[in-house]
Design a binder for this molecule. Sequence first.
Ligand SMILES: NC(=O)c1ccc[n+]([C@@H]2O[C@H](COP(=O)([O-])OP(=O)(O)OC[C@H]3O[C@@H](n4cnc5c(N)ncnc54)[C@H](O)[C@@H]3O)[C@@H](O)[C@H]2O)c1
Length: 274
Amino acid sequence: MFEGKTYIITGIADKHSLAMYVAKEIIRNRGNVICTGLGVSAHHQNLSENALNFLNKSYELFESSVKEELGEDIETYVLDVTLDESINDFSEALKTKHQTVDGLLHAIAMDKTIRNKEVKPLLEVTFNEFCDTMHVSAFSLVTLVSSLKHHDLLNNGSSICSLSYIAAQKVTFHPYRNISIAKAALERITIELADELGRKNGIRVNCVRFSPYLGSKAGTATLNTSDVEHAEHKSPLGNALPQDLAYEVTHLLRPDARITGEIRHVDGGYNIVG
Ligand SMILES: NC(=O)c1ccc[n+]([C@@H]2O[C@H](COP(=O)([O-])OP(=O)(O)OC[C@H]3O[C@@H](n4cnc5c(N)ncnc54)[C@H](O)[C@@H]3O)[C@@H](O)[C@H]2O)c1
């Protein structure tokens, strides 16, 4: 399905990341992947020792997980979407290698208003916290795609996919608050980009809402076991698994699909129940 095609995979933190399942599925279907991970870039300034340790450890874990799970020859790059210069460096590096791509998985989210599974009430969220979450979890799709386009790295007919959840639309088993608003923005960005890029370059942009998943770092940091159990019982088919997500994302990324602007559900049917 993906012979001769290359996809950028963002958002791998470790082997349990949802993005890792997608990367594996692309490779299983004979495609190539280029993986980006959060780490220290040349443009970080005045990092505290804690922040430096965190970023270095994140990158080490990302890189070793990619090499172990996907293969030693997979190319890896530092990418911090909060820094436009880091995004630019990544695009420049691909350009230097004459590497164009056929699509992108956006699997990046961050919300500092959820700590130890405690969610800050929306009325206590500061403007900076709101903007940080929006920047990393939603607007980064615009900046990333914009940079790739600016460097002429996205082949015509490319396909882009991002990851969301039902909380973008309605209040559910978990009071996500701040990040829900960013996910709603991410979904709207998906639709606007689908129109803009579809008309100009035949590029498709879709988003998939997935079931709650405790296995990843993001899932462990935000979800309680009771949230996952609640969704499991409410969903007609039970919660979807990461491999179900990987099948759907690769379906949307495949070169010959005429599907764009979709907000898909891979959630065992949770969304249809009242
Ligand atoms: N876990 C769930 O229950 C669930 C459900 C539906 C959707 N999602 C979405 O799936 C995506 C992947 O999440 P996951 O569950 O695999 O968790 P994860 O922790 O494995 O992935 C989140 C990724 O975001 C990256 N990230 C955070 N800030 C960044 C920055 N400034 N620059 C670059 N990367 C940054 C992290 O390094 C990490 O790789 C997220 O968008 C998440 O919201 C998760």
